[in-house]
Design a protein around this ligand. Structure first.
Ligand code: FAD
Length: 317
C-alpha cells in the first residue's frame, strides 16, 4: 500500500520507522532484532536508507596505494522485500542520485516493482567523502527532481531503452525530503522551497523532513509550505539524542540547531547514559506536542537506538 494512502485513510497520527542497512557481512537477522521490539506499535511503513560507495585507498605489498570503491551498506532492495515478507508492513526504500547511474536506478526500480514495493523516497544524496561538492555520475542525476522524473516516467511505462514501447507501468508513490531549517546548500529558505515545490509539482506526494529538535521550526515550515502552495502532507522526522558528541556532530553533519534548553540539559550530564535519559524525555515531549497538533505521521530515525525509540513511542501512543 502507498504511503499517501496510509496517510489519507488514517483516523489519527501514524507511526513509522527508519532503519539503516547493516554493514556488509551481517544477515537479515540483525534487522529483525532491531525491528522486533518496535513492531507492537504497528508502524504504517518502514523506511530503509540507501548508501553510495566510498572511495578508499588500500596499501599494496609494494607500498603504493590502490584506489577502491567500497559500498559498505548494500542491500536496501533486498531488505525492503524481507521486511514486507516477514512483517507484512510496507517498506519505503530510499533512492539516491549520488553514485548511481540512470540504468542502475532503473534496474533497482524494476526489482522493487517485481517485489511488490509501492513506495520510494527520492533523494539526491550528499557529496562523496573525497569531493568538496556533489557531483553526479556521468550518466546519473544532479538533483532529486531529476531522479523523481525518472520514477514518474517509469510509472508511465517510459523506460530508458527507447525501443521499449508501452512497457509495463510501475506504480510508485514518491516521497521527497524537506528541510525545516533549510538545506545547507540553499542560499535561503525561499529558494529551497521553490525547488521543493518543483519536486511536488513533478509528482512527489508527500514530504519527509530532516530531523529537528524545536517543534516550532516544523510548524513554521509547514505554514510556509502552505503559503507557497505546497499542500502535500509533511511528515516530521524525529531523532533521539543519546550521547554528548551529538551536540557538535548533529549541527555539523545535519545542519540543524539544538534549542538552548536541550543543549544546557545535555551539558549538565556526566555520562552518556544520563544524556540518553534527557534525549528520550525530549523526544517524548516533541512527539506528544506534534501528535496533539495532528501531524500525519511521527517518523522515527531509529539508527541503532531501537530501545530509546521503543520507550518514547510507548509513552506517546
Ligand atoms: P535536492 O532536492 O536535489 O536538493 C539539494 C540542494 O539543491 C538543495 O539546496 C536545493 O535547494 C537545491 N536544488 C534542488 N533542486 C534544484 C534545481 N533544480 N536547481 C538548482 N538547485 C536545486 N542521504 C543518503 O545518502 N541516503 C539516504 O537514505 C538519505 N535519506 C534521507 C532521508 C531524509 C528524510 C532526509 C531529509 C535526507 C536524507 N538523506 C539521505 C540526505 C540527503 O541526501 C541530503 O540532505 C542531500 O544533500 C540533499 O538531498 P535532497 O533530496 O534534498 O536534494
Amino acid at each position: 500500500m502507498k504511503v499517501i494512502d496510509h496517510i489519507q485513510q488514517a483516523k489519527s497520527t501514524l507511526v513509522s520507522f527508519e532503519i539503516l542497512p547493516p554493514l556488509k557481512g551481517k544477515t537479515i537477522s540483525s534487522i529483525y532484532e532491531h525491528l522486533d521490539p518496535l513492531m507492537e506499535f504497528k508502524p504504517a511503513f518502514i523506511n530503509v536508507t540507501y548508501h553510495r560507495s566510498e572511495t578508499m585507498f588500500k596499501k599494496k605489498t609494494d607500498g603504493t596505494f590502490e584506489k577502491v570503491e567500497v559500498r559498505k551498506r548494500p542491500g536496501t532492495v533486498g531488505i525492503c522485500a524481507a521486511i514486507m515478507n516477514h512483517y507484512k508492513v510496507d517498506a519505503v526504500p530510499h533512492l539516491i542520485c549520488g553514485g548511481f547511474g540512470k540504468r542502475e536506478t532503473e534496474d533497482a526500480l524494476i526489482d522493487l516493482h517485481f517485489l511488490g514495493v509501492d513506495n520510494v523516497l527520492v533523494l539526491r544524496g550528499d557529496a562523496a567523502k573525497n569531493e568538496s561538492s556533489f557531483e553526479p555520475e556521468p550518466n546519473g542525476h544532479r538533483f532529486a527532481i531529476d531522479l523523481l522524473k525518472q520514477v514518474v516516467c517509469l510509472n508511465q511505462g517510459v523506460y530508458l531503452e527507447e525501443d521499449i514501447k508501452n512497457g509495463g507501468k510501475t506504480n510508485f508513490c514518491i516521497g521527497v525530503a524537506g528541510y525545516p531549517e533549510k538545506h545547507f546548500e540553499a542560499p535561503n529558505l525561499d529558494t529551497d522551497l521553490m525547488y521543493l515545490k518543483q519536486k511536488v509539482e513533478a509528482g512527489a506526494e508527500y514530504i519527509t523532513t530532516q530531523m529537528f529538535f524545536d517543534n516550532q521550526k516544523y510548524f513554521d515550515f509547514v505554514k510556509t509550505c502552505r503559503e507557497n502552495g505546497i499542500n502535500v502532507p509533511v511528515v516530521p522526522g524525529l531523532k533521539p539524542i543519546t550521547n554528548k558528541k551529538q551536540l557538535s556532530m548533529l549541527p555539523k553533519v545535519f545542519h540543524v540547531d539544538l534549542p538552548t534548553e536541550l543543549s544546557s540539559a545535555i551539558l549538565k550530564c556526566r555520562t552518556d547514559a544520563e544524556v540518553e535519559v534527557v534525549g528520550t524525555e525530549w523526544l517524548i515531549h516533541q512527539s506528544r506536542e506534534l501528535k496533539a497538533a495532528g501531524v500525519p505521521v511521527l517518523h522515527y530515525y531509529t539508527l541503532g537506538k531501537p530501545k530509546v525509540i521503543e520507550t518514547a513511542v510507548r509513552a506517546v501512543f
